[in-house]
Design a protein around this ligand. Structure first.
Ligand code: G3P
Ligand code: MG
Length: 384
């Protein structure tokens, strides 16, 4: 099967530096959960042999980059590295340092597995990490219903006591949360919603408090989220993703929509202020392009190729018009690299389900193909 590719028009030699590259989405392009999509392993091997650089750019997450990469290498049967891999939450590592760096601040993390989210945050350099599980264990009254114990297997002691309204726990010695991160798709929506809402309504992030600015209109600067409450970050906004099931499944964006709905209802119609990264956000594409250029540079150095040519084109191969395609089409690279978008039919988009009508404006792909194999053939054919 690999032989089929050697017949293609595009051929490169070790001393040539291809001036194009690929960014592959994972779910719905390379995999359906753990099953590789036919052709996925072949094209990655082919590109590797031809020294055409690529990155995997996924809105998925929930594992440390090295763990996810070794898992993917095994599933796809292709050796992959963290050097050309960007998960939805990878750019969060940039928030650790810098003038407002969060390295030693208290951050609340949540996602599909509280323990794994903690590990990821630790690997990024955050030093003070807590989870909703920890808060629930320290103060079970925070959630008056029966929770699902299997989702809270290993809570850790909190570094400080949360404020309980008891004057013996002075506010200044209580636990203050400075930022909240949704790393991937939460499982315990009820507990997470309650705790995130509490913090969004709190006085400056102190657990167990309620900001007077929320509804005392006699105070200057009165308003929602006006009292230094923790910033809320989501690692992606995908409403849908392509799993084994024949219809797309809800992703992290569904949790975000639910939380924003609760917020809107609670505040009488106010929009929840939050920061969302991942595809289609510009920041994620800029981050991905930097990773891709560094990777390309390194690979060219290894093979002794000429690095003189800049990267002219990046082909984003994706299955989701709202994220992969819209992001690539809307991104304007500062280095002049052109991003083109290739939509495959193996994922969330289907002309029967959503129709061609949705592929308008920024969601209109450069081309539509059957699968990842055809995507690579089409793109390489343009550089023959
Ligand atoms: O949870 C996974 C998802 O939202 C999408 O992943 O690889 O299709 O960007 P991907
Ligand atoms: Mg996808």
């Amino acid at each position: 099967r690999r032989g089929a590719y050697s017949q293609k028009r595009f051929q490169s030699t070790a001393r040539e530096a291809p001036d194009f590259a690929f960014a592959f989405d994972i779910d719905g392009v390379l995999l359906h959960e753990s099953r590789p999509i036919p052709g996925a392993s072949d094209v990655l091997r082919f590109l590797e042999e031809q020294h055409v650089p690529f990155i995997l750019l996924t809105n998925g997450g929930g594992k440390r980059e090295e763990d996810r990469v070794s898992d993917l290498s095994e599933k796809l049967g292709v050796p992959l590295t963290t050097d050309n891999f960007v998960q939805s939450h990878t750019p969060f590592r940039q928030l650790v340092d810098g003038p407002d760096g969060l390295r030693d601040k208290t951050v609340l993390v949540t996602g599909s597995d509280y323990g794994k989210c903690r590990d990821i945050a630790k690997s990024y350099g955050f030093n003070n990490i807590i989870t909703p599980s920890d808060i629930l264990a320290a103060q079970p009254n925070i959630f008056p219903f029966r929770h699902i114990p299997s989702l809270h297997p290993n809570p850790q002691p909190l570094p400080r006591l949360p404020y309980t309204g008891d004057t013996s726990t002075a506010l200044s010695s209580s636990l203050k949360v400075d930022a909240m991160f949704v790393f991937d798709d939460p499982r315990d929506w009820a507990v997470d919603t309650q705790i995130i809402m509490d913090l969004l309504l709190s006085r400056s992030g102190y657990i167990g408090t309620y900001s007077a600015l929320n509804n005392d209109s006699s105070l200057p600067n009165c308003g929602w989220q006006q009292d230094s409450q923790p910033t809320l970050y989501f690692s992606n906004g995908d409403m849908l993703w392509a799993a084994h099931y024949h219809l797309p499944r809800f992703g992290q964006g569904a949790f975000q929509a639910a939380l924003a709905g609760v917020w809107r209802r609670y505040t009488g119609g106010h929009e929840l202020r939050r920061t969302v990264i991942g595809k289609p956000e510009r920041e994620t594409y800029a981050f991905a392009e930097r990773v891709l250029n560094a990777y390309r540079h390194e690979r060219l150095r290894e093979i002794g190729g000429h690095g003189a040519n800049g990267l002219m084109a990046v082909y984003m191969v994706g299955d989701n018009p709202d994220s992969d395609i819209a992001g690539a089409n809307g991104f304007r690279s500062e280095t002049g690299t052109e991003w083109l978008s290739i939509l495959v039919r193996t994922g969330v988009w289907s002309d029967k389900r959503q129709g061609m009508g949705m592929l308008e404006g920024v969601k209109k792909p450069t081309t539509i193909v059957k699968d990842v194999r055809e995507a690579v053939e089409w793109a390489c054919g343009r550089h023959g």
